[in-house]
Design a protein around this ligand. Sequence first.
Ligand SMILES: Cc1ncc(C[n+]2csc(CCOP(=O)(O)OP(=O)(O)O)c2C)c(N)n1
Ligand SMILES: [Mg+2]
Length: 371
Amino acid sequence: MSDTLQIIDESGKKVGKAPRLKRETLLRMYRAIVSTRSFDDRCMKLQRTGRIGFSIPNKGVEATSVGAAAALDAAQDWIAPHYRDFAMMFYLGIDVNGMFDNMFGNADDNAVGRQMPVHFSFRDPVNWLSISSPLGTQIPQAVGVAMAMKQRGEKGIALTTFGDGSTSTLGFHSGLNFAGVFGSPVVFLCQNNQWAISCPSEEQTASESYAIKGEAYGIPGIKVDGNDVLAVYRVVSEAVKRARAGEGPTLIEAVTFRMGGHSTSDDPSRYVEQSEFDAWEKRDPLFRFETWLKSEGHLDDEKIAAIRAETDAEMMAAAKAAEAKPRPKLGTIFSDVWEQMPPHLDAQMNACISHFAERDEAVDEKGEFPL
Ligand SMILES: Cc1ncc(C[n+]2csc(CCOP(=O)(O)OP(=O)(O)O)c2C)c(N)n1
Ligand SMILES: [Mg+2]
């Protein structure tokens, strides 16, 4: 296992060989991080004003998500994501309107309100498997997808992301073991953000790192500075290349930090020392990348201000549009599971609809009958 790879240091100075990326790609990466901060901020305000139920702060972990997303071929690869990967979605061009539809659980939401907010699923423009609340379930799912592509002779690979706490799940063990045995074309990306709600990373495992766990499965394990977008891009690109070439899976540990609460229902000041927040604030992935982009002549203060204003306006407009849409119809609780609804379920659906139809609750706040 290698030492932690870093290309841009905490002050924004280049300390390693930067990957050759077009200016356009670098700015797309930057914009995805800025969009995530803006989306986070909007969601926090919506939650605190009681208009959405829940969100997951992403501040601090964005470089890991963006560096990984930029290493994929969206046309053929699959993603089985963690719930703290908004920046990956922004980089890949997933529609922000669709993301807000999910946050509100409205009628246009791909899951028609059946999932919690932030449990996104998309087929377009990338295969983004539905996020699940039970931790680690996405890991064997990714291996299954990867094996299916391998058996069909396709060149796609699967990327799965998960937190440090999720390495304690059975899904982690069975996924890595299976992938190691069968040489599945999959990349395992552990987002080590130091905490699993209030459980610190050092109490999560007795191993010296998460990357070293790869050894137990016969898989290379690599540790990378997760707040360095270029370093993450480099290690994930190499892992993707190996997987695509039929050389099997890789486990990557991206060392980063959750700069906010676990969720909007959490108060991290109850268990994270202020000194820890202060120390990681100095390693902020956005500041670091921005400083380096400026030093390379790709960005200046005027452009930064313009990108921030554009992304804020974009989030505000998408949130407003999603809030204005109708709620899902009641019958959607029963649909989409069976191609042909079985008679007992059909009877239950009709009973449910007529039960509510007889009551005032059937009419929503806009006076619509949402059945
Ligand atoms: C199987 C399972 N166990 C416990 C939980 C409750 N839970 C939700 S999030 C979380 C912490 C996860 O930490 P980590 O994997 O490090 O991800 P992070 O939230 O830090 O991004 C826990 C324990 C769950 N959702 N699923
Ligand atoms: Mg964690």
